[in-house]
Ligand binder design. Structure first.
Ligand SMILES: C[S@@+](CC[C@H](N)C(=O)[O-])C[C@H]1O[C@@H](n2cnc3c(N)ncnc32)[C@H](O)[C@@H]1O
Length: 268
């Protein structure tokens, strides 16, 4: 499946016409074409990766954190918010951990995993055979047809709200996970890590109000025991990896403190 199984959902990011598979690439009728990588993803970026794309080391740390189940309640909540929805897009998808979970058990469900990082797309292409992994920039027109999806997920990732509204069906749901100030606060304070702005969830309601109405807000607050290695991975998988990583990270209890918000498109 992969890209082939999702072909009816894809659009040319340059001219918005339908994309088809042709001789090892994706192409539109206007002559725009995009490479299909051997590792099973399509590259629609049209240029080099930006500096903030997750690196292979960040993705490896993230994969270990997910394998350890540290964010399990988040994956379960996101999947519950999207239950029964079978055409999903995850933006800033990283390893596509949340997307794979949200696709549930339906063998015909289709997921698009979009990330600006090639290493992320490689990981997403391996995550689930129902996933089509795309290298693309969320701040540009998404390579997705109008109103064809019934869910969009955005977990700790950048949000292009007008584009999310364009690709969702009128009955679609947008699920966004944002950190609260207490998220990983102990680690943050001990190691002088980047701080979380205090009102992300409230800001999101304002920022989306032209296109979306808020259906539900859930706060997930947990203390989770972690080893020293897992604590180091929690730091190394996020934006602190672009700065100097601390060397003396200890295990203990970490705070998971997040908001999961579900939105529906406003009728246009
Ligand atoms: C903090 S990680 C979250 C990954 C995943 N959602 C998770 O929680 O496991 C943010 C992801 O967004 C991606 N990203 C950053 N800027 C992006 C952009 N402009 N377009 C698409 N993806 C982007 C990064 O490469 C990274 O994989």
């Amino acid at each position: 499946m992969g890209i082939e199984g999702a072909i009816d959902l894809l659009a040319c990011p340059l001219c918005r016409s339908a994309l088809g598979l042709a001789r090892g690439s994706l192409a539109c009728p206007n002559g725009h074409s995009f490479d299909l990588a051997r590792q099973g993803y399509a590259n629609l970026l049209g240029g080099p990766e930006p500096a903030n794309a997750d690196t292979p080391a960040m993705l490896a740390a993230r994969a270990r954190v997910h394998a350890a189940g540290i964010f399990e309640p988040v994956a379960a909540q996101v999947a519950a918010q999207l239950a029964g929805r079978t055409s999903l897009l995850e933006v800033g998808s990283g390893t596509a951990h949340y997307l794979a979970r949200a696709l549930g058990t339906d063998p015909l469900a289709v997921g698009l995993a979009l990330d600006v990082s090639k290493a992320a797309a490689r990981a997403a292409a391996r995550a689930d055979r129902r996933i089509a992994a795309l290298v693309a920039d969320v701040w540009r027109p998404l390579p997705v047809r109008d109103r064809c999806l019934d869910g969009v997920l955005c977990v700790f990732a950048p949000r292009n709200v007008p584009e999310f509204a364009r690709v969702l069906r009128p009955d679609g749901h947008l699920v966004v996970v944002t950190p609260r100030p207490g998220h990983l606060a102990g680690l943050r304070d001990r190691h002088g890590l980047l701080q979380v702005p205090s009102d992300k969830a409230e800001q999101l309601v304002t920022a989306t109000s032209e296109f979306f109405g808020l259906l539900e807000t859930r706060v997930l607050l947990r203390q989770v025991p972690v080893t020293a290695g897992q604590a180091a991975d929690l730091i190394a998988m996020g934006p602190n990896a672009f700065h100097r990583l601390p060397e003396d990270v200890a295990g203990g209890s970490v705070t998971i403190d997040l908001t999961v918000q579900t939105f529906r498109p406003l009728s246009s």
